[in-house]
Every structure is written in structure tokens, then in C-alpha cells.
Design a protein around this ligand. Structure first.
Ligand SMILES: Nc1ncnc2c1ncn2[C@@H]1O[C@H](COP(=O)(O)O)[C@@H](OP(=O)(O)O)[C@H]1O
Ligand SMILES: [Mg+2]
Length: 354
């Protein structure tokens, strides 16, 4: 098996970081942190990035990381920094051997800040580079909905390993996709999954509960024989993907069900396990460049599960040109057998607008 150690480190690091984000949310849910306070997401984001980068650097010191966050403002906010440090230093997996593999907990607050800042790679087409989004779907995290801890390894610009921690998705693959799953799910039994894929070796899912990683099975997209019955999923945020265009495309395809709205790369995971079928991300602002950390893991997981992922023009997402996907516009992720049909509808609706 290729990239065995990379996969293990990524799975364990994402699991450990997911535990941290869940504990931050639990504080918020208890009311210790007020509803208006946005700091939980900041704490979760920085903390998760520190834990994951520390694990990568311990195991693969030469590798680079493209991480969404950097610590310059945190270095000025001592109180926030020490709050995050208190969580980071205590976040452990339930299995001690696994913690040891990750290099154990970080030693000092300064180590934590340096780990966060090590996510400063410019990306590109050469060498081993990890793409990391410590909390994708910030809005979802804050409202108790879907969010994801996302990590992918690219080698020479090609995604080889992808892992998505989705603490609020149901463990049961056959549970129908619902918008409010997250709100019901936080810290309840039966929720929390980890998706992973290695290029050429398929995609898997396993439960992400109490930090233990066990069990799991391979997953595949649903074989959609009648596109009118397909389940579509889209962003919650109207500013991230055009709902109007999505509705027109659905109509053109004859899809009758309402699209399921959820934040984060949980959408990619849902398509990969056959709970959702079509994920469209339709540009709202022409000048917006998608970030590689918002797509790298999901792109591989869907493709390894038998799906196809392109932009709205039918081009593969190009992760080799830096921190953004500036060569691509939007995303069309579907089971391979209906991709051409969906892409055609996307093209017809969007070209009529130019
Ligand atoms: N104008 C825009 N168009 C598309 N995506 C955007 C956007 N502005 C921000 N985003 C990205 O959308 C991500 C969330 O996607 P989704 O809507 O699928 O949940 C955000 O990730 P973060 O939540 O990590 O900041 C952010 O990177
Ligand atoms: Mg994101």
C-alpha cells in the first residue's frame, strides 16, 4: 500500500484536532462562551492547525504545509493564545501509542505558535506539500451545523492522500441527508466520521468517536440511474455558491427534491458515500479564487469513491499552482456516470448569463 504512514499520521492528526474542535464547541454549547462570541472558531481553528502541523513536522520534517491560518495576530493576543495553549497541550487521543506516533503533545506555547506559522508554504508543482483547513465551514461550526477538519498531501501538485474529519455527520451511510443533522449531532452517539482516500486505492469511512479510530469500510458514490431522483447539496452561505443558478440547473435536469444545504467539505464526503449525489459550487463573484485547502481532500475522496470532480468548465481542479485554484471556476462533483449530463446543464444555465 502506498503512503501508508502518511495516511495513518493524517488520520490520527485529524482525529486529534477534531476532538479539540468538539471540546471547544461543547464549551460554547454549555454557555461558558456567549452566542455572539466568535472566539470559539478562532480557538478551534488555531488549535487544530497547531496540532496537525506539529504531527506532520514530527513525522515528515522536510514536508511543507499550506495552512489557512497564521499566528501573527495571536502573538499579540496573549490571553487568547494562552486559552488555546491550555486546550492544545491537553488534547490527546484515547490511544497512547497513537499520540506517541504524532510526536506527543507540543511542549511549549511558543512551539504551538511556531507550528501554526509553519503553514506558510506558497504551494506549487514541486515536492511534498500538505493542504490544511483546520476548520472548514466556520459558519457551520458556529451554528452547530456541519464543519470539517481537512488535510491532504500533494506530491508534485497531485493529491495523493486526503482525510476529512466530519464530527457532525452520521456514522450510518444510509441515513438520509438532512440540513439540521449537525445541530442534533454535536457530541451525540452515532455521529462523527472520518473519510480518507489514497490515490489509486479507493476511499474509506470510519467512525470518529472519542478519538479512537477503528473499524470502517470502503465507500462509493451512488449509481444514479435516474438523474431526476438525485440528491443535490450546496453551501448554506449564499455568498459562496449561487442558489439561483443551482435551482435553474436542478430544474433543467428535472431534479424534483430540494437541495440539501450544508457547510464545508462534508458535501464532498456525503457525495462519496452516496448520501448525496450532486455537489455544485457555482461562482457568485467572478474574481473569487477558491482555496486549495477547501477542496484538495474532498476532490480525491470523491474521485476515489467513483465520482468525478471538475470545475464548471469541465476541467480537473488544478492544485499545482499555489495556494488558490486560480485556473478553475466553481466545482461540479457527481458520480462519474452522470457527470457529463450535469456538466452540460451547468454549461447551458451559466452560459446564458454571460
Ligand atoms: N465568495 C466566496 N466564494 C466561494 N467560497 C468562498 C467565498 N468566500 C469564502 N469562501 C470559502 O468558502 C468556505 C466554506 O465553504 P462552504 O460554503 O462550502 O461551507 C470558506 O471556508 P472556511 O469556512 O474555512 O473559511 C471559505 O474559504
Ligand atoms: Mg475552508
Amino acid at each position: 500500500m502506498a503512503f501508508e504512514k502518511e495516511l495513518k499520521v493524517a488520520q490520527l492528526a485529524v482525529a486529534r484536532a477534531s476532538i479539540l474542535t468538539k471540546s471547544v464547541f461543547a464549551e460554547k454549547a454549555k454557555g461558558t462562551i456567549s452566542k455572539e462570541d466568535k472566539s470559539p472558531v478562532t480557538i478551534g481553528d488555531y488549535g487544530a492547525q497547531a496540532l496537525i502541523i506539529a504531527a506532520i513536522k514530527h513525522n515528515f520534517p522536510e514536508d511543507e504545509v499550506v495552512g489557512e491560518e497564521e499566528a501573527s495576530t495571536l502573538r499579540e493576543q496573549k490571553e487568547l493564545s494562552s486559552k488555546i495553549w491550555n486546550l492544545v497541550k491537553d488534547t490527546k487521543l484515547s490511544d497512547e501509542d497513537s499520540d506517541t506516533m504524532l510526536g506527543g503533545p507540543l511542549k511549549t506555547e511558543d512551539d504551538m505558535l511556531n507550528a501554526i506559522d509553519a503553514g506558510n508554504s506558497a504551494g506549487g508543482a514541486k515536492g511534498r506539500i500538505w493542504a490544511l483547513d483546520p476548520i472548514d465551514g466556520t459558519k457551520g461550526f458556529l451554528r452547530g451545523g456541519q464543519y470539517a477538519v481537512c488535510l491532504a498531501l500533494m506530491v508534485d501538485g497531485d493529491v495523493k492522500v486526503g482525510v476529512l474529519g466530519c464530527p457532525n455527520l452520521p456514522i450510518d451511510d444510509s441515513e438520509p441527508l438532512k440540513e439540521d443533522m449537525g445541530a442534533a449531532a454535536t457530541d451525540k452517539e452515532g455521529y462523527g466520521v472520518l473519510f480518507s482516500a489514497v490515490q489509486g486505492e479507493g476511499a474509506r469511512i470510519q467512525p470518529l468517536t472519542r478519538g479512537a479510530l477503528s473499524g470502517g469500510h470502503s465507500i462509493s458514490v451512488k449509481k444514479v440511474t435516474d438523474v431526476t431522483q438525485a440528491v443535490m447539496c450546496e453551501s448554506v452561505e449564499a455568498g459562496h455558491s449561487s442558489k439561483g443558478d443551482n435551482a435553474e440547473i436542478a430544474q433543467k435536469l428535472g431534479v424534483t427534491g430540494k437541495p440539501v444545504q450544508m457547510d464545508s467539505q462534508a458535501k464532498y464526503g456525503s457525495v462519496a458515500r452516496g448520501a448525496g449525489d450532486i455537489y455544485l459550487r457555482l461562482p457568485v463573484r467572478k474574481d473569487y479564487q477558491e482555496k486549495i485547502w477547501d477542496h484538495a481532500a474532498g476532490d480525491l475522496i470523491v474521485r476515489e469513491a467513483g465520482g468525478q470532480v471538475t470545475d464548471i468548465h469541465g476541467n480537473r481542479l488544478n492544485f499545482s499552482i499555489g495556494r488558490t485554484l486560480r485556473d478553475n471556476k466553481g466545482v461540479v462533483a457527481t458520480p462519474a456516470n452522470i457527470h457529463a449530463q450535469v456538466l452540460k446543464a451547468v454549461g447551458e444555465v451559466l452560459s446564458a448569463k454571460i
